[in-house]
Design a protein around this ligand. Sequence first.
Ligand SMILES: [Fe+2]
Length: 422
Amino acid sequence: MPATFDSSDPHQLPPTPDYDAWPVETRPAAVDSAPHVITLHWQDGRTSRYHSVWLRENAADASTVNPATRERTLDLSRLGAWPTVEAAWLDETGALNVTFAPEQRTLRFHPGWLRAHDYSNAEPLDAPLVPVTTWTGDTLDAPCSLDAGDWLDHEPDTVEARTLLESALTAVLSHGLVRLRNLPVEPGTLARIAERIGPLRATNFGSLFDVRAKPQPDSNAYTSIALPPHVDLPTREYQPGLQLLHCLENSVAGGQAVMMDGFAVAEALRERDPHAFETLATVKWCYANTARTTDYVWYAPMIRLDEAGRLDEVRIADFLRGPLMAPFDAVEPAYAALMTLQRMLHEPHFAMRFTYRPGDLVIFDNRRLLHARDAFAGDSGQRWLQGCYLERDEVRSRLRMLHRAERQRRAAALETGGAPDS
Ligand SMILES: [Fe+2]
């Protein structure tokens, strides 16, 4: 049975400061305490250490979090003194009980939650949810493809719908793209699909945009000319994390889609020409749209690394670059690095090529993958894609929720099995 909030019943597992499930697959066998540190010795041999201050702020009682939202209400600085351990013991559920000074308050901690948040043994917290696998056209000749023919017939919470979505989102985070096939071709279906991941990010092109040749285009995308490898909307401070393109019609001659892993290209550049890589990771280029009714401008490096030195995003879209406004002596090296990169973008082995089939939906990381298209003969048939944007946050949140559902099933099985540590 799930514990009620603030449960002090030693026969029940205590609540956690969240809405997740934390299966108790091993239990603490012994506890040592010092005023500032608790040490747990687990049945499987692991030793974990937790600071008293960390434990105090992560308690799951009504003096720490609002039971209605599970958001923290405790202000550590109002405790009167540094929270220290006066006593600590394990109860029959495996929960850790700690009496804290100066409050003289005893709080209980869920062993599954403690194990999952064992920061003394943890990998760095910013490790990706799914390991990134870079690729070139030589190592991956088509997007990872999933048959989604009956996906929309299943309610989002069914096992069938969740299984496909988990495979799709895992592929997006690892390889940067996935292709769902055999979806309906009714206009607007894309929004129903996208909302299974998260809310759409609207832009000046709308929430859903139609990619097809049209009169008076406000983007090269809305013509039949070839598009070079690019990300969308580098002109924004925050580029959309995800792009979805749903093919409704494709009967034209030409117009083949091209995808390229921008991280693979950047890694190859770092190896071949570290100086050019460094230049593109530091010089701020101008990204600007040229339009009659909007004026988006942003200055940023073409390659961005995170604090750990891993590739985080590329900002490549030659037709959306404005005038470079770099320090005078940096201009020629910047252009030399740019041209080195652009020559690499012409190397065919980086590219994956495929033809959209009506009912295909490609989901890709717009801050990592470059997409391009061959020119097509505008009078040879119809080519109509609907597109929209989401954020990377939505993919990660949805995938975590799918993982949470799996943990909830495991936790329930362990509780009904009556042997949480077996
Ligand atoms: Fe595009």
